[in-house]
Design a protein around this ligand. Structure first.
Ligand SMILES: NC(=O)c1ccc[n+]([C@@H]2O[C@H](COP(=O)([O-])OP(=O)(O)OC[C@H]3O[C@@H](n4cnc5c(N)ncnc54)[C@H](OP(=O)(O)O)[C@@H]3O)[C@@H](O)[C@H]2O)c1
Length: 222
């Protein structure tokens, strides 16, 4: 049976990953920060773990509750957007910390905890964003979020080197998806975005390690 871990699975894209992998019969562990999120995971038949990735103690001790697991698929999805700026408006220190602590530091705490919990050839994805790509950037807006996703991409690249030969690690752009973050005017239904990403993950091979992918599998420049 496929064994899946989704970090940041209380709602939106993360919860949809849990729903679809459960519908396929996978054993799924999902994390959420509060009772409502944990309840939604249990309703789907997932194992529910309480985790706030911005909390140093919780995120740095994830290895304990996942001890003995061998995950075939891991998706680190937790993310926040932060201030919806249009120009070069400096974030406050609190805004900077809030976004960077979830999107970057949280992932840097979680990744080392996975070291002993990956099945051979596991697929590991971080949910990044095309907004973090410098290669395709032609517009600004949300520069703190963009900076955090560019930093997350760097973190993913290092993970792909550390886990090379054991796991295939990619950064994903999920598309512009109708969730609380994406809004009602977004292009993609969450079920379609996640179905695309699951298909892309399933098709990855060793040569794909350390790449940045659109939800449909197309390569995105860093
Ligand atoms: N939607 C889009 O168009 C879009 C586009 C590009 C990239 N993305 C990325 O896709 C990912 C999921 O986004 P979404 O659209 O599903 O957004 P969402 O509906 O706002 O959900 C965000 C998820 O992240 C979790 N989260 C936030 N802070 C956390 C923390 N400190 N610890 C643990 N979990 C935390 C939330 O949990 P709580 O319920 O506890 O807050 C929630 O499960 C994010 O990384 C986002 O940047 C989304």
């Amino acid at each position: 049976m496929k064994n899946v871990l989704i970090v940041g699975a209380s709602r939106g894209i993360g919860l949809e990953f849990v729903r679809q992998y459960r519908a396929d019969g996978a054993r799924v562990t999902g994390t959420a920060r509060d009772a409502a999120g944990l309840g939604r995971l249990r309703e789907l038949g997932a194992q529910a773990l309480a985790l706030d990735v911005a909390d140093a103690t919780g995120a740095s001790s994830l290895a304990w509750p996942i001890d003995g697991e061998a995950f075939d698929t891991v998706v680190i999805n937790a993310g926040v957007y932060g201030p919806r700026t249009q120009g070069l408006q400096a974030p406050t220190a609190a805004e900077f910390d809030a976004v960077m602590h979830v999107n970057v530091l949280g992932t840097m705490r979680v990744l080392p905890q996975l070291d002993g919990a990956l099945a051979s050839g596991a697929k590991l994805a971080v949910i990044s964003s095309r907004m973090g790509s410098m290669g395709v950037r032609t517009a600004g807006g949300g520069w703190l979020y963009r900076a955090s996703k560019a930093a997350l991409n760097s973190v993913l690249k290092d993970a792909s080197i550390a886990f090379a030969g054991r796991a295939i690690c990619i950064a994903f752009h999920p598309g512009w998806v109708r969730t609380d973050m994406g809004g009602t005017g977004a292009d993609l239904d969450v079920a379609d975005a996640v179905a695309d990403m699951r298909r892309t993950l399933a098709g990855l091979g060793p040569d794909d390690n350390g790449t940045f992918r659109n939800h449909d599998g197309a390569m995105i420049p860093w």
